[in-house]
Design a protein around this ligand. Structure first.
Ligand code: GLV
Ligand code: MN
Ligand code: MN
Length: 417
């Protein structure tokens, strides 16, 4: 077995940083961020760049029926279930260069380092870029890892449409046509272990002056789609009492939930991030208003308690309109296995870092892999905890530190019988 630290020593900080810059050109925004939504041309362009690097590194590329992207370094015993690492390369509409991308590029850097060191691990190591983690174009997100882990059937995902009515199924066909040479493997396979590296997207590591976080778990999340229906009417002639104003009702619901879903310790997270109004004309009383709800809490019972108020508050504030509240995501909080936390912690310590244990307030594909195999996560800091924002920023040395930990964790996991 390779002696500890040799693969980590091969991590190339400059290459890892430059690749983030290069990938960020696919979907670059004027304000220095990225708009690379799931299954878009921009994401196809980013996958082409990834494939170029993977090809040069001698990795085998494959996809699956939901468009997950796998880059594989075959192990000495390729029949054994592989060790998987990665994240996603789709972004929010005003996303940064690191959310998700880091997990994929750190995985690639580890494999480059293994090759540079001349080691071929016992188990195959695969890097994965999961399809549609973000869920901004096609909601809800995490489609790739959910389909892979059997959390949501493919049949329920393929018909999902974006705001323009374009279906996942059609965009997948376009993706496969863009990469005709790529093998399409069946959905899902046994995985020995999954490790996802990610920027923290919160302020804790930076505030504590630590380069590496051992992620203890992921807080729970529930989402809904709320559709309020009223009736179009003339803005000048229709008295208030005769109106069925869907936007006024939606505004009352949202205000009521913002008022009720609060706690003294400021832990609960409640967000209405999207609203679409029809017909969306200045002089027409809105006939429909459709909005999103994203609710999160680290404690399952508390999340359920707040979640139970959503439907009631929407019904109570519908006024003359009708309302349909559709649950989309219901993900309980989770704790990663102690052994996975331990291997990340001890590896970071042996590398001379002083890791900090912390929960993830953001969601990650590791949530779904956790269901099917031992899973864990490694965090690195990001400036001011800013994320889902074009201003997202990190330091090359921090990205490299996290990749070194990932390298030695993967070496150990991939050598296990
Ligand atoms: C993932 O991007 C999340 O919203 O937590
Ligand atoms: Mn992410
Ligand atoms: Mn994100």
């Amino acid at each position: 077995m390779t002696s500890f630290g040799r693969v980590a020593a091969r991590i190339d900080e400059a290459r890892l940083w430059d690749r983030h810059e290069a990938l960020a050109r696919a979907g670059a925004t004027a304000r220095g961020g990225v708009d690379r939504q799931a299954l878009s041309d921009e994401e196809i362009a980013a996958k082409r760049i990834l494939l170029g690097w993977a090809g040069a590194a001698g990795l085998e590329a494959a996809t699956d029926p939901i468009g997950n992207f796998f880059l594989r370094l075959p192990g000495r015993e390729p029949a054994l279930p592989p060790v998987l690492t990665g994240s996603h390369i789709d972004s929010q509409p005003t996303g940064g260069k690191y959310d998700g991308v880091y997990g994929v590029l750190a995985g690639l850097e580890v494999v480059e380092a293994m090759r540079a060191e001349g080691i071929r691990p016992r188990r195959t190591v695969e890097i994965v870029a999961w399809t549609n983690e973000e869920g901004s174009r096609f909601a809800p997100g995490m489609m790739g890892s959910e389909a892979f882990a059997g959390v949501r059937p493919l049949d329920a995902i393929l018909p999902v449409a974006d705001a323009a009515g374009v279906r996942v199924e059609a965009e997948l066909a376009r993706l496969f046509a863009a990469f005709p040479e790529m093998a399409v493997r069946p959905l899902g396979f046994p995985v020995a272990a999954y490790v996802e590296a990610h920027i923290e997207q919160g302020p804790e590591l930076e505030a504590a002056g630590r380069q590496v976080g051992v992620v203890t778990g992921i807080q729970g999340k529930k989402t809904w789609k709320v559709a309020v229906h009223g009736e179009e009417a003339h803005a000048g002639t229709t008295p208030r009492r005769r109106r069925k104003d869907a936007l006024a009702a939606a505004a009352a619901m949202i205000a009521a939930m913002h008022g009720a879903i609060v706690d003294a310790d400021d832990v609960v997270r409640f967000t209405v991030g999207r609203i679409a109004v029809e017909p969306n004309a200045p002089s027409v009383v809105p006939a429909t208003a459709v909005f999103s709800i994203d609710l999160r809490h680290p404690d399952g019972a508390t999340l359920d308690r707040f979640g139970a108020t959503v439907e009631r508050l929407c019904a109570d504030h519908a006024g003359p309109c009708t309302v349909a509240v559709t649950p989309l995501v219901d993900a309980a909080p989770l704790i990663f296995p102690a052994a996975m936390q331990e291997i990340v912690r001890t590896t970071a310590e042996r590398l001379g870092l002083s890791p900090m244990a912390l929960p993830s307030a953001a969601g990650h594909d590791a949530r779904n892999l956790h269901i099917i195999c031992p899973s864990g996560m490694i965090f690195v800091p990001c400036a001011g905890g800013i994320s889902h924002n074009e201003a997202e920023a990190t330091l090359p040395a921090d990205l490299a530190a996290g990749a070194r930990v990932l390298a030695e964790v993967l070496v150990q996991l991939a050598e296990r019988a």
